[in-house]
Each structure stands twice: as C-alpha cells, then as structure tokens.
Design a protein around this ligand. Sequence first.
Ligand SMILES: Cc1cc2nc3c(=O)[nH]c(=O)nc-3n(C[C@H](O)[C@H](O)[C@H](O)COP(=O)(O)OP(=O)(O)OC[C@H]3O[C@@H](n4cnc5c(N)ncnc54)[C@H](O)[C@@H]3O)c2cc1C
Ligand SMILES: *[C@@H]1O[C@H](CO)[C@@H](O)[C@H](O)[C@H]1NC(C)=O
Ligand SMILES: CC(=O)N[C@H]1CO[C@H](CO)[C@@H](O)[C@@H]1O
Length: 638
Amino acid sequence: MSTNVNTALAVGAAAIAVGTTAYAFSSKSSRPFYSANEIGRPVDDVSRKSTANKKSSIQGDDEFDFVIVGGGTAAMVLANRLTERSDVNVLVIEAGKSSRGVHAAQIPAIFFMLQRAASDWSYWTTPQKGCHNRELAWTRTKILGGCSSGNAMMFNLGVPQDYDEWAKLQKGAEGAEGWAYKGFQKYLQKFETFVPHPDVPCPTEERGKTGPVKTGYFGYFAGLGRAFIPTCEAIGIPHVPDVNTSKGAIGVTRVASYIDSKGRRVSTENSYLTPEVLARPNLKVVCGAQVTKICFNDAKRAIGVEFAEKKDGPVFFVGARNEVILSAGAINTPQILLLSGIGPASDLSKHSIPVVQHLPGVGRNLADHIVFNSSFPLRPGYSIKRYMIPTNAGEALSMAGAIAQYLIKGTGPMTSHAQECMAFVRVGDGEIGRKVAGGQPDVDEDSTSGKGAPDVEVMVAPLAWRDHGHKPFDVPEPMTITTTVLRPTSKGTVTLKSADPWDKPLIDPCYLTTKHDMEILVRSVRLAYQLTNTEPLKSIIDHDLKHPLLDHALGSKSNAEIEDVIRSRAETGYHPSCTARMAPLEDGGVVDARLRVHGVQGLRIVDASVQPEIVSGHTTGPTIGIAEKAADLIKEDY
Ligand SMILES: Cc1cc2nc3c(=O)[nH]c(=O)nc-3n(C[C@H](O)[C@H](O)[C@H](O)COP(=O)(O)OP(=O)(O)OC[C@H]3O[C@@H](n4cnc5c(N)ncnc54)[C@H](O)[C@@H]3O)c2cc1C
Ligand SMILES: *[C@@H]1O[C@H](CO)[C@@H](O)[C@H](O)[C@H]1NC(C)=O
Ligand SMILES: CC(=O)N[C@H]1CO[C@H](CO)[C@@H](O)[C@@H]1O
C-alpha cells in the first residue's frame, strides 16, 4: 500500500515537474528587483543618522519618501497607489522573492506546495491548551504578494456589520466614520473587477467594475455544490447568489475566487505590481531582504529601517523622509514593532530591548478563525481528490491529464481551489441554532458583529485533507465539510522568543479557551452532520463505508465526545488578525483611525493586523480594502 502511495506521489511530482517546466517557458519572469546591497548603506556607516535627519530632496537610493516593510497583500496595493503620484518615491522591502514564475503561486490547485518550503515563514504555534497541547502549523507566505500569492483564493468580504463595528470601536476618533460600511464599501469595490461567468448568473450591481483585482467564478466546479445548495435550503439556509453586498450575508452561495478567466491566480503582485507599475521611476522593490528594525530619532520619529539578507550578513539602513509603513502581516508586524522598542514595556524589558514607546496592545488581541474539518465518502465520480492529492498511480495519471489540460487550455481541475460553496449561518441562536443545539439553550454570549450577522461559516469541498494536504487522505472519493468559528472570543498573543530578529516569534492563539468558541464549534459539527443526512446530499454520500478518517458517526456522539475530537483535530483557518488593532489607546489600540501608530511619529501600519475585530469572513478582500483606503489617507496627509 505505502509503495503504491509513494509511486503515486512520485508520478504526480514528475507530472508537475514536466508540466510546470513547460509552463515556465510560457511565462515571463525576469523583472527588475533590487538586492539589499543595491539600496541603502551599511549600518556601520557613521554618516547615516545625519543623512536621514536631513530633509533633503535627493532621489538617491538611501532615502525614500515612503519605505514599506513587507511586500505582501496590502503592500502591493500601496506600492501601486502611492507611486501614482510622481512627486513621491517609494521603496518596498520584501523578505521573499517575486511570485512570477513560481508555479505553486500561479496554478491554483497546487498552492499548498508553497507551504513548509522556501517561500513560507513556516510558523508553528506554541502548545495549545485548548487543543490537547498540540503545536499547530501556521503557514504565512514569504513571497511578493504575501499570502495573496499562497492562499486558497476564496473571495469574500465579511459583512457590513463588521465594518460598522470597526467604526464604532473608534469611539468618535478623527476619521472613525470612514470605516463604517457606508464609507468603506467604496474601497472594497475600488480594488475589484468582477468578471461575469456564463454558467454562474449573479447580481453584479454592488461588485467592483474597474479595479485591478479580477474576481469571478473561473475556479473548477466539480458539481458537489449543486447538491449542497438545495441541501442547505432544505434545512432553512437561504440560497443567495451573492453574499457580498450591503444586504448582509446569511445564506449559502457558490464560492467566487481570485482566479482569472485564464485559470491563473490573481494575487496582489499579479494585479497591482504589473510590469508598467514596476517600471515607474519612483518605485523600487527589494526582494530577499528582511527588515530587522525600525529606527527612531530622539523625537520618536521613524527615520528609516535596517534590513539584511541573512542572519550573519551585512546590515543596511535606508531612510524614510515621510513615513515607514509596516505591512508585514499579522505575525511579523507585531514582531518588528517589538524588536524596534514599541510594545508592552514588560515584554521589551524581558529581552533588554530599549523602550521607544510603551504600547500595551502590540501583539495582543490575536484573533484567528478556528476550523474543524469533517470528512465523508462520496459515491464514485464526485470527488476531485485524484487530481489534487493522488494516493495511487491511477490517480496520479488523472492528475497528469489535468495538468496537460491546464497547460493547453487553462481550464479543468488544476484551476480548482477545492471549496465549491460557502454558507454563513447563525448557530448560537435562532431556528438553525435550535436544530443543532442538542436540546441546549441559546449560547449565552453573542459575539457576532451585529444583529443578523453570522457566527459560523460552512464550506464544502469534493476533497479531503490531512495536515493541510501534507499527508495523504487514503479514501477513494472523500469530501469535506469545513466549519469555522467566525467570531471567536479566544484571543491570543504574538511575542518575542528573543531579541534576535531571525528567531521566529512565539505565536499563541489560545484556541478554544472560551466556552463560547467550543459551543459554537460543537454546534457547527452537528450542523455538518445534519447536512450530510439531508437530501440531496444524503444520497451522494456512501453512508456504509467505514474508515478511521471518516466522520459519519461524529454527529450522533455526545457533546463531550465531540469536544474531545475537536480538541484533537481543530486547526487554523489561516486568518490571523488584530495584533496591531485600530482602536483608542485605552482599548488596546496600536493605531488610530488614520492607521498611525499611537505615541510615535512617521509610522503607519497597513495590513490584516489593524482590524479592530476579525471580520466574519475571509481576510484578503478586507485587507486589500484597508490598503486602498490607507493609500488615500496617506495621499491626503502629504
Ligand atoms: C494557506 C492560506 C489560505 C488562505 N485562504 C484565504 C482565502 O481563500 N481567502 C481569503 O480571503 N483569505 C485567505 N487567507 C488569508 C489572507 O491571505 C491573509 O489574511 C492576507 O493575505 C494577509 O495580508 P497581509 O497584507 O496582512 O499580510 P501578508 O500577505 O502575509 O504580507 C506580509 C508580507 O510581509 C513580508 N514580510 C514579513 N516580515 C518581513 C520582514 N521582516 N522583512 C521583509 N518582509 C517581511 C512577508 O514575506 C509577506 O510578503 C489565507 C491565508 C493562507 C496562509
Ligand atoms: C481543512 O479544509 C480546508 C478546506 O476547506 C483546507 O484548506 C484545510 O487545509 C483543511 N485543514 C487541514 C488541517 O487539513
Ligand atoms: C445576502 C443578500 O442579501 N444578498 C443579496 C445580494 O445582492 C443582490 C442584489 O444586488 C440580492 O438579490 C441578494 O439577495
């Protein structure tokens, strides 16, 4: 058996190698990026401080108007929008390389191959008490475009209530109202061009029409969703053709994605850092260099950053005339702040880091969506496992065929991001809540972002995973129902392990440490069970096939038994957020409503970490929206 699996994986790998080599010849990849030693100056150069303080207008390589730390999802938006103005110049410093020509970052179905490899920060959490002390894998893509180049490409924007709550949490601070949905929606529309697909009619009035990011229904659809939607309707979850509008988001829908009509990933590198933008004389992008520190002058003004290619390599300094903008993502942004002396004074003193600004909220309030996958066997013909995670030679041949189809036509299973439908539901109370409560009263705490907002997301995929796709799931035709706690009340921390910028930070999401999160997740497992026992889904599941990896028995177990299984299997939903939240100082805020870091000058944060509370949906779109708005705020200020 295991020889079979190995053969399959070898054949699969060979097919990918052949296929992607051919693909490489068809994609242009040489682009003008800079290496660390071409920008800035070595830190031991004594003159650097005086240069950085001088308000000079030289357009040299050691000082820029804006220095953006990280070249990820949000940063690519800023790089594009800020350099629309020819009177400012911008430097981006990214730890990874360009995603152009990196096949796993372009071909949708093989995105998980980026994980635990060179283009991944490959983080792990600390042992999680709420998860039987397991350490959980936390992939964060280390490449231009950041996680938008390595994520699952599902398009979703949260719900209007999320943004209204963001605005309210600013308690009337300058600019607060601009974050409410009414004002913020224009930024969610600004980035998007929705490309209609002939097979998926849906309303488009509220979708973006002129933005750089193409969205649509161009991912492979195997058809499981055709059974899933009426099954949801049968238990009272309405079918809505577009959950991404001002009207709210309870309902089930086909998954729209960041995949273009040619079957390619739409990352923010692909969409915002086009060759034309990269050719602008006022933009430079350094790849392969890690920012180790933000430097401040005595007036607590950010004057530039230090960066290096490797731990023992030379360190360079580059100055920022106007601002340093931190866009390193929800893990690395707080890490860099702490390394630079901005954070809880007690954390800093533990590592003998001089305090520039005591800011208690840095690295606190870490929120992530906790996920439980349950898997069921489908009747033959419905699953796409053979194309994506083959476990025998026959399946690997199917995969090779799919790769050929992709290379020739840009269609077929290699354009899959697996999930076919998403449903947003309330299970803590209401009609469906009561159906899945197992006789329990409503969950006491309502942590949703507002009346009518969801507490759970349910996704369905004609495929199954073990260990995020890194271990074979050896069942012929599996499907997965993924259930997600959208508004967890367990909040965690990102802290330093040491003062060494090359050490990974300590990530403790404190998963499932509140009664609320567990109650919601148990109910969601019962909901998954109920769905698999409702027609038409019921008939396409093989209820007689028994296998230790399959979950048809789970929903009939006691709450305590389900809890135990959840604690042994729950994993990240890949959405870490809120570690530098936008809020008043007294509420654990790190940035104000214009995204300026409290207590210092010349430093802004623009990425998923500024969310005041985690959105009830997927985080790419909201992050791009934040960056679009930030670009306008910055342009107003200079
Ligand atoms: C596997 C996976 C699946 C996901 N699926 C979806 C999905 O389907 N839909 C969805 O909406 N969202 C999804 N997400 C979440 C979404 O992609 C992220 O929330 C979002 O992209 C975060 O954007 P960001 O700008 O905050 O950070 P990032 O995109 O992570 O950008 C940070 C960048 O900074 C760089 N960097 C970090 N530290 C340094 C340093 N010291 N020096 C220089 N550079 C540095 C990083 O390499 C990276 O490029 C997924 C995420 C993952 C990982
Ligand atoms: C759970 O399922 C999702 C798909 O909905 C997948 O992306 C993820 O990797 C799975 N998680 C694990 C731990 O395998
Ligand atoms: C969830 C929801 O209300 N969706 C709505 C999205 O918008 C269209 C019109 O633009 C409505 O028809 C949907 O009901």
